[in-house]
Write a protein that binds this ligand. Structure first.
Ligand code: CA
Length: 238
C-alpha cells in the first residue's frame, strides 16, 4: 500500500490499528482476534481487568473491545480508569442490556457496545465504524459507486443493482481498491500489498480471489467488471 501517496486509503484499510481484546472467555476472545486479524488489524488480548489496564498502558491500543464481566477488575472499572487517562475508543461487550445507557452516557463514556451473544461480523462493523469516527479529522469516502456496484466502506457492505453481495474481507478490499481507481491497472503485487499487507501469500493467490469476486459479481450483474490486462495485471472496467 502506497499510503504516503494515498492518504485517503489510510482510514479505510487501517492495517496498523491495534485492538486490545479484553475477554475472559477464551473461545470468544479467539474468535474476535481471528476476525480482527482477517480484517487486517493487529491484536492483543487480556483475560482480566488488571492485565487489560497493564496492556493498555504499555501498548497504547487504537481501540479496546471490553467485556464487562471480568475477573480481578470488571469492565466498568477498567473503562473508568481508561477514561481518566485517555480518549481511546472503547466498545463494550455486554450481556447486561440495562447497563447500556450508563455505559454510553457521559458518566462512563464508552463509544459503542455490542450485546452478547453477538455475530463476529457485527463486532467488526462496530470496530470499523468507531475507528472511522476516531479518524474524523482524516478525509474518507463512505460510499463508492460504479456501474451498478455500490460499496459502503463504513458498513463494509456491497450492493450490486440494489441486491446485497456477500464478500470475504479480502474480496471486499480488492473490490474497494479497484473502485477507488476505476480504469487503473494494478499488478498482482500491488493488489496483494493493498489487500493482504501482512500476508506472505504468493501473488497467484490474487487470481483466486479475483476469480471468486468475478463469479460473485456475475451472479448479480452481466458484463465483465474486472478485466485481465495481459502481462500487467487487473483493472476495473471504467
Ligand atoms: Ca466475561
Amino acid at each position: 500500500m502506497k499510503s504516503a501517496t494515498n492518504p485517503i486509503l489510510e482510514p479505510m484499510n487501517p492495517s496498523s490499528a491495534l485492538v486490545l481484546v479484553v475477554e475472559d472467555e477464551p473461545d470468544i476472545a479467539t474468535i474476535l482476534e481471528n476476525f480482527l486479524k482477517k480484517q487486517g488489524y493487529r491484536t492483543e488480548r487480556a483475560a482480566d481487568g488488571e492485565t487489560a489496564l497493564a496492556l493498555f498502558r504499555a501498548s497504547h491500543p487504537d481501540l479496546v473491545l471490553l467485556d464487562i464481566m471480568l475477573p480481578k477488575k470488571d469492565g466498568i472499572e477498567v473503562l473508568k480508569t481508561i477514561r481518566r487517562e485517555k480518549q481511546t475508543p472503547v466498545i463494550m461487550l455486554t450481556a447486561r442490556t440495562e447497563e447500556i445507557d450508563k455505559l454510553l452516557g457521559l458518566e462512563l463514556g464508552a463509544d459503542d457496545y455490542v450485546s452478547k451473544p453477538f455475530r463476529p461480523m457485527e463486532v467488526m462493523a462496530r470496530v470499523k465504524a468507531v475507528l472511522r469516527r476516531s479518524y474524523a479529522s482524516t478525509p474518507f469516502t463512505e460510499l463508492l459507486r460504479l456501474g451498478g456496484i455500490e460499496l459502503d466502506t463504513l458498513q463494509t457492505t456491497v450492493r450490486v443493482n440494489g441486491i446485497s453481495l456477500e464478500l470475504t474481507a479480502t474480496e471486499f478490499r480488492l473490490l474497494q481498491h479497484f473502485m477507488m481507481y476505476p480504469g487503473r491497472t494494478f499488478s498482482r503485487a500491488d493488489l496483494l500489498e493493498a489487500t493482504m499487507p501482512e500476508s506472505s501469500a504468493l501473488e497467484r493467490v490474487i487470481d483466486v480471489h479475483i476469480a471468486n469476486l468475478r463469479r460473485k459479481l456475475s451472479e448479480l450483474a452481466s458484463g465483465e467488471f474486472i478485466q485481465n490486462i495481459r502481462g500487467i495485471g487487473f483493472r476495473l472496467k471504467p
